[in-house]
Ligand binder design. Structure first.
Ligand code: ACO
Length: 326
């Protein structure tokens, strides 16, 4: 059984925040942010949630595919900014769209989450467990960003993207290969404690965390990403029996233009084959790849038979890639 993506959708919060606005909140400039990251503006939630954005993205993907929500077997939501510990966001989306026959659960692999979700969907479909799976990446990072830390808060944006993957016995479209990995020993270089977990019966004076918000060692993350992503893409291409020249587009997690440029250089591939949207939407963690995929699809830049590489990398630390025949 092969996996074919038959619908894509995305959703962004209404509120645009450009670098000029950001400079009114923290000590920064448009020039610094553009030069170091490539980001010009981002969308920030003024009420939209992981669930509301994810729901909108799923409904658009279903509409494009011409499939009813009740025909979906599974919803996989990649997010590291869920509203609740439980119920998980995937179950909330299941209720919102009326996917009454779908199982649903969340995946937290930070910025790699969507690729991990798509790899899981492929495994389920190949094994004959499920036929139609919604894979969603949805994040509201503005709620965990440290708005007093100019080195991190300028990087992130909020949004959601979704794909509907379906089992097919024939046709060219499929996933050719996938790869994923983690290095938990470096987990703290990009972390967010978010909430204090303690039992008040036994812990009267819980150890104070430095911060509940997102913290990052930017240089460590940069070095990890540049090294690991190029290796990961080279491995996933080798597994598929392809060379970089045989790939149409490389759709990478939109962390930072310098990371993407360095990966392109390391692979010896022209940067023009690495589409980017981070100038307009910033780094949306697990939503980056599916939002960009949806934009490219709706612009008519994806054609059946095209070979596409997706690659995510981020907190965990985690990394993953897959090769699709669109
Ligand atoms: N505006 C102006 N100045 C700033 C800002 C800002 N927003 N942020 C930091 N600075 C200053 C610092 O204070 C420092 O000043 P100093 O030299 O006087 O001390 C100077 O700029 C350089 O700071 P660095 O942190 O060394 O900046 P660097 O050149 O490393 O760039 C960056 C920071 C862009 C985050 C870089 O480390 C990077 O690209 N890291 C990759 C990580 C990344 O992109 N993460 C995204 C999230 S994780 C993910 O998606 C996988």
């Amino acid at each position: 059984m092969r996996m074919k993506i038959i619908g894509t959708g995305s959703a962004l919060p209404r509120t645009r925040v450009d670098n000029g606005q950001m400079a009114e909140w923290v000590d920064t400039t448009d020039a610094w942010i553009r030069e170091r990251t490539g980001i010009g503006e981002r969308r920030l939630s003024t009420g939209e949630t992981v669930v509301s954005l994810g729901t909108e993205a799923c409904l658009k993907a279903l509409e494009q595919a011409g499939i009813g929500a009740e025909e979906v077997d599974l919803i996989l939501l990649a997010t590291c900014t869920p509203e609740y510990l439980f119920p998980c966001g995937a179950c909330q989306i299941q209720a919102a769209i009326g996917a009454v026959h779908a199982a649903a659960y969340d995946i937290n692999a930070a910025c790699s989450g969507f690729v991990f979700g798509l790899n899981a969907a492929q495994a389920y479909i190949r094994a004959g467990v499920y036929r139609r799976i919604l894979v969603v990446g949805s994040e509201v990072l503005s709620k965990v960003a440290d708005w007093s830390d100019r080195s991190t808060c300028v990087l992130f944006g909020d949004g959601a993207g979704a794909v509907l993957a379906q089992a097919r016995e024939d046709g060219e479209s499929r996933m050719l290969s996938s790869i994923q990995g983690a290095d938990g020993t470096k987990g703290m270089v990009l972390n967010c404690r978010s909430r204090m977990m303690m039992n008040p019966l036994f812990q009267e004076n819980p150890e104070e965390a430095d911060t509940m918000y997102l913290t990052m060692d930017g240089r460590e993350v940069y070095c990890f990403a540049v090294r690991q992503v190029a290796v990961c893409i080279a491995q996933v291409l080798e597994k598929a029996g392809l060379t970089p020249e045989e790939v149409g587009l490389f759709i990478l997690h939109q962390a930072n233009v310098r990371i993407i440029e360095a990966v392109a250089r390391n692979l010896g591939v022209d940067i023009g084959r690495f589409p980017m949207n981070l100038e307009r939407v910033g780094n949306m963690s697990s939503a980056s790849i599916p939002v960009l995929l949806d934009e490219l699809n709706r612009e008519g830049r994806l054609h059946r038979g095209d070979r596409i590489v997706l690659s995510g990398f981020g907190g965990g630390l985690t990394y993953g890639a897959c090769v699709l025949v669109w």
